[in-house]
Design a protein around this ligand. Structure first.
Ligand code: NI
Length: 404
């Protein structure tokens, strides 16, 4: 095992190398990101995006470029020196959102938008690929996966991890997400539980339709559904310890056609977020108990489906510590923070089923640039200075992780 001082020197050298390349690389990062921003493609449709990425990677030389699925791209750098096999991941898909920004490089695909920063993630990993392709040699092997379909469950990570050979022989993984709630230049990392398991619920309340003037002759699925929505919150506030994180959000409630007709059914959909596997296991029954009780009380019936989503994202303590050390070198102590766990989900958790690793955040907020809108907002954007921080972090982390 190498001592800390040697590690720090390596990271410092990698940072110096970046600084030398900086003006040229920075301009390239912005060009990549803006091209991707103008040409967003949603999950599993990333054909042009993948072709663009593969073309850029092939142009760099020194990388083995292949496609394990139709819309993902893998670039591999094999070194001659011994070392670990490290996997870095960027997600490349956009969202079905109509952009409401006003800058010059708006989405040219109506109804699709890079509103989560995946255009930035892709540019960052392309930047790392370029530095790696230009390095005279490499320790071990670096795999860089440009992953499709993060925004849709089951997503691209599941497919790559469980249906291809991507993870064969991988020793350690890492990836990042830009974060519009953190100032640009700040790096946030935490050991252990970081992101929640995002499960979905689908409910149909089956009532009995009738005239709105005579509700006593009908079974009103809207009134019953409203009770269900509010009572589900009692699970969170009264059924589960305040120390066990749980979110239940009903996000879809569809019923009825006009003012004077009670419909015969109401459709509800929502999401259930948790970290703890025990609590996650209990959630389907806790929800159905509320649903059953309320429907019985009001003479309605129901259909109910609980769909398990991604696993919770649990960072490896050792790898998270390596990332923290790298962040201290790259952005300094004041800009290295402990990430807050989030109830958001992330299919990066699939990679962590196969190898230890850690996921981290790079801040992209700059109020002067109005880049503080939340992710998935039609005005979401990033401070492109965060691209540089992302490359510095990923590149230095790859060097450090390759040495084990
Ligand atoms: Ni995202």
């Amino acid at each position: 095992m190498l001592c800390g001082m040697t590690h720090n020197l390596e990271i410092q050298q990698s940072t110096e190398r970046l600084t030398a390349l900086e003006p040229q690389l920075l301009a390239q990062l912005v060009t990549w990101r803006r091209h991707l921003h103008q040409h967003p493609e949603v999950s599993f449709q990333e054909h042009q995006t993948a072709a663009y990425i593969a073309g850029e990677l092939r142009g760099m030389g020194g990388l083995e470029v292949s496609q394990l699925t139709p819309t993902s791209v893998l670039a591999v750098r094999k070194g001659t020196r011994p070392g670990k096999t490290v996997l870095l991941r960027a997600d490349i898909d956009a969202l079905p959102i109509t952009e409401e920004n006003s800058f010059a490089y708006l989405s040219q695909n109506p109804g699709s938008m890079h509103a989560c920063g995946h255009d930035g993630h892709t540019a960052i990993l392309l930047g790392v690929a370029r530095l790696v392709s230009e390095a005279s040699d490499w320790d071990g092997e670096l795999r860089m996966i440009f992953q499709h379909a993060e925004e849709q469950s089951p997503g691209g990570a599941e497919e790559l991890v469980f249906a291809t050979a991507l993870m064969d022989g991988v020793d350690v993984v890492s990836g990042l997400h830009l974060n519009s709630q953190l100032p640009a230049g700040v790096v946030a990392v935490k050991p252990g539980a970081f992101m929640a398991a995002p499960d979905n619920i689908y409910i149909t309340i089956l009532g009995r339709g009738g005239h709105a003037a005579h509700p006593e002759e009908a079974v009103d699925p809207i009134a019953v559904g409203a009770q269900v929505v509010s009572n589900l919150q009692y699970i969170v506030s009264r059924g589960v310890s305040a120390l066990d994180a749980l979110v239940i959000s009903v996000t879809y409630f569809q019923a009825g056609t006009t003012t004077n007709v009670i419909p015969d059914r109401a459709e509800l959909k929502g999401t259930v977020r948790s970290f703890d596997p025990g609590l996650r296991g209990r959630a389907p029954d806790l929800i159905e108990r509320v649903l059953r009780g309320i429907c019985e009380a009001h003479g309605a019936r129901y259909e109910y489906r609980y769909e398990a989503g991604y696993r919770p994202l649990i960072n490896d303590d050792g790898v998270a510590e390596v990332l923290r050390q790298v962040a201290l070198e790259v952005v300094g102590e004041e800009r290295t923070v402990v990430a807050k766990p989030t109830m958001g989900g992330e299919d990066f958790s699939a990679y962590l089923e196969k190898a230890p690793g850690a996921y981290f955040n790079v801040g992209s907020r700059n109020d002067a640039l109005e880049s503080g809108f939340p992710h998935h907002h039609p005005r979401f954007t990033i401070d492109e200075a965060a691209l540089r921080t992302g490359v510095q972090m990923m590149y230095a982390a790859a060097i450090r992780l390759a040495k084990g």
